[in-house]
Design a protein around this ligand. Structure first.
Ligand code: COA
Length: 170
């Protein structure tokens, strides 16, 4: 039997509509796809990762820059993760993990200090995200679903996180 080919890699510009349709379907609502569209339209997309299975895109994971406010206590190179989704028929075979790992490896090489995510701790803790890493960070959200992972040393101990405008447009 032929080996199934699974990959995660940087999305191409021409994949955008496929990616948005994929999020619409996976979430059953347009909100996440719209955020991806706006991040791209506003030039706020840092890294867009797709999962491919036998030449078909089955998942997408978005990364974006997070700025910090003037009161922050040092130079920050912070990123955010999301949205992420995988087609229902192709879940639980590691596609989400491939995309997150690809993204985190890339951002670590680029010197990013932390990556933040708003999501299920049961899922993201497997990739090393923890609520502890959000201590001292003020963001538009918080609580047990607001997580971060450290990629490189450094960065402010106290910071106001400023998310891209794509998250707040009507
Ligand atoms: C979350 C999602 C992206 C995971 O993708 P995936 O390719 O199935 O993930 P992986 O195969 O890498 O990992 C699967 C593992 O994560 C677990 N998992 C998946 N979703 C989870 C969740 N919400 N909470 C806890 N664990 C979860 C699975 O049980 C499985 O566990 P195992 O490795 O112990 O068997 C996918 O389920 C999805 O698209 N969900 C709908 C959209 C969504 O909720 N996106 C996330 C918003 S935070």
């Amino acid at each position: 039997m032929r080996k199934t080919e699974r990959y995660a890699f940087k999305a191409r510009e021409e994949d955008l509509e496929t990616i948005i349709a994929l999020h619409d379907r996976n979430f059953g609502q347009p909100d996440e796809g719209l955020i991806v569209r706006r991040l791209h339209e506003n030039d706020e997309s840092l890294l867009s990762v797709v999962a491919q299975l036998d030449h078909k895109i089955v998942g997408h994971c978005q990364f974006f820059d997070i700025e910090t406010g003037a009161q922050s206590t040092g130079f920050a190179k912070f990123a955010g993760l999301g949205p992420i989704s995988v087609l229902e028929d192709h879940r639980n075979i590691g596609m989400g993990y491939y995309m997150i790992s690809y993204g985190l490896r890339t951002l670590k090489r680029q010197g990013y200090q932390k990556v933040f995510v708003l999501g299920d701790p049961a899922y993201y803790s497997k990739d090393g995200f923890s609520v502890d890493e959000t201590a001292g960070m003020s963001a538009p959200w918080g609580g047990p679903y607001f997580l971060a992972k450290r990629l490189n040393p450094g960065g402010p101990e106290l910071a106001e996180l400023i998310y891209p405008s794509a998250f707040f447009e009507d």
